[in-house]
Ligand binder design. Structure first.
Ligand SMILES: C[S@@+](CC[C@H](N)C(=O)[O-])C[C@H]1O[C@@H](n2cnc3c(N)ncnc32)[C@H](O)[C@@H]1O
Length: 397
């Protein structure tokens, strides 16, 4: 390794991404065929949350050393982050052919297979990953999710408990493990919301595939249903309002709300969902924040606040309703969907989303000071071949 490349990797290891990138590029000006520097440029791009930018340099590295397990593993991870799952699986398998005991690559393969709906196939690499790295909470959690997707609740709970036993488990992973255990019907109290870090990671990972999957196989239609109910509740599509799309995701809901908005803002926990929303060019402003923290400090800022398929990540809707009321002008409108359940006030399903009893939501809205303009039962989308039943609400402050 040249001295310059050694300096670059030292900066990289110290977390100085800009400095490392500068030096990798200098190495490449001197030695354009230095495959490690190309691959490491890809690592830098991935660490910056720009997996698309990682693909070209990693592929150049692989053109020089096609069978490098390290480069194939890096390519597979980057492709998975880009939502290109079948290609990711191929690259990860290629890497494992020469380095079968790489626990991180095994975990990445298991997670990619799970995301492809092949949870049963994901079990073998994930079990191998935890056998190789029994103190890796992330691998145990990935195995827990795979068992859950495969319909094996007891095995899933066992893996989540193993994650919690890992020495030094990071607090967000511990919160996720406890949330999963509660969703699996464990003895722990059901939390009043999904952990924010879990929701952020879930949607950051889902962002590149979200629209294709939601509007394709899942038949998602909540934004259009909510917009139609707003019109039937007497709101004209006159572009007269300041509107906030809460949990805006990639902007499917913003597209449905745009007709009501003179100014349209979006808010979401997930930076990668927000990056997709930004590309639509639809929003006047986008905010990366937790709705429960952001709304209370923006009083009387909006005429309409809408949340399509968002409140199912919260159990107790009291704080969210109060926060929406604060952010609305007097007479302002709140519109949202919930997944409908019969247990009052709410229950946490195995799919890690909350269901709410619509009667209880209506009573809570009235107790918060809202007038209920409309409440309607609706099929929000499909999941594993079954309709997801929901309820839509339009409230006036
Ligand atoms: C299923 S997506 C729906 C996106 C969009 N509303 C639509 O209809 O396509 C749910 C979104 O809500 C966001 N979300 C969930 N809980 C949130 C919270 N507490 N604060 C902000 N955003 C949240 C997630 O990050 C995700 O992007």
């Amino acid at each position: 390794m040249s001295d310059l490349l050694r300096d670059a990797t030292a900066r990289h290891a110290a977390g100085d991404l800009d400095g490392a990138e500068r030096l990798y590029r200098r190495v490449l000006r001197q030695q354009p065929r230095e495959a490690n520097a190309l691959n490491l440029l890809g690592v830098v791009a991935r660490q910056r949350g720009q997996p698309e930018a990682a693909l070209a340099p990693i592929r150049q590295a692989l053109a020089l050393r096609p069978d490098s397990a390290v480069f194939n593993a890096n390519l597979g991870a980057a492709l998975a982050e880009c939502g290109r799952l079948p290609e990711a699986v191929a690259a990860l398998r290629h890497a494992l052919a020469t380095r079968p005991d790489d626990a991180v690559t095994l975990r990445n393969l298991g997670q990619a297979l799970c995301a492809l709906g092949q949870a049963v196939d994901a079990l073998a690499p994930l079990r191998r990953a935890v056998a190789l790295a029994p103190d890796a909470a992330e691998a145990w959690l990935a195995l827990a999710h795979a068992w859950r997707d495969a319909g094996e609740a007891a095995e899933a709970a066992g893996a989540a408990e193993a994650a919690l036993r890992c020495a030094g488990i990071a607090p967000p992973l511990a919160a996720q493990a406890r949330f999963l255990l509660a969703a699996l019907g464990g003895p722990q109290a059901v939390p009043d919301r999904a952990p924010a870090d879990y929701v952020r990671d879930l949607f950051d990972g889902f962002a590149p595939r979200f629209e294709a999957e939601l509007t394709g196989p899942l038949g998602y239609r909540t934004p259009a249903l909510l917009a139609a109910l707003l019109e039937r509740s007497g709101l004209a599509q006159d572009r007269a309002r300041t509107v906030l799309d809460l949990g805006c995701g990639t902007g499917l809901s913003g597209a449905a709300l745009a007709g009501f908005a003179g100014r349209l803002e979006g808010l979401d926990l997930s930076p990668r969902m927000l990056a997709q929303a930004r590309r639509r060019g639809l929003y006047d402003a986008l905010h990366e924040a937790d709705l429960l923290e952001w709304l209370p400090v923006h009083p009387a800022a909006f005429d309409l606040v809408a949340a399509a398929d968002v409140l199912n990540y919260l159990g107790d809707l009291g704080p969210a309703l109060r926060a929406m009321a604060t952010a609305l002008v007097p007479g302002g409108i709140a519109a949202f969907s919930v997944e409908a359940g019969e247990e009052a006030p709410y229950a946490l399903g195995e799919a890690l989303r909350f269901r709410h009893d619509p009667g209880h939501v209506e009573a809570l809205a009235a107790a918060t000071g809202f007038v209920v303009l409309a409440r309607e039962a609706a099929v929000l989308r499909r999941e594993k071949g079954r309709d997801v039943a929901g309820a839509l609400f339009v409230l006036r402050r």
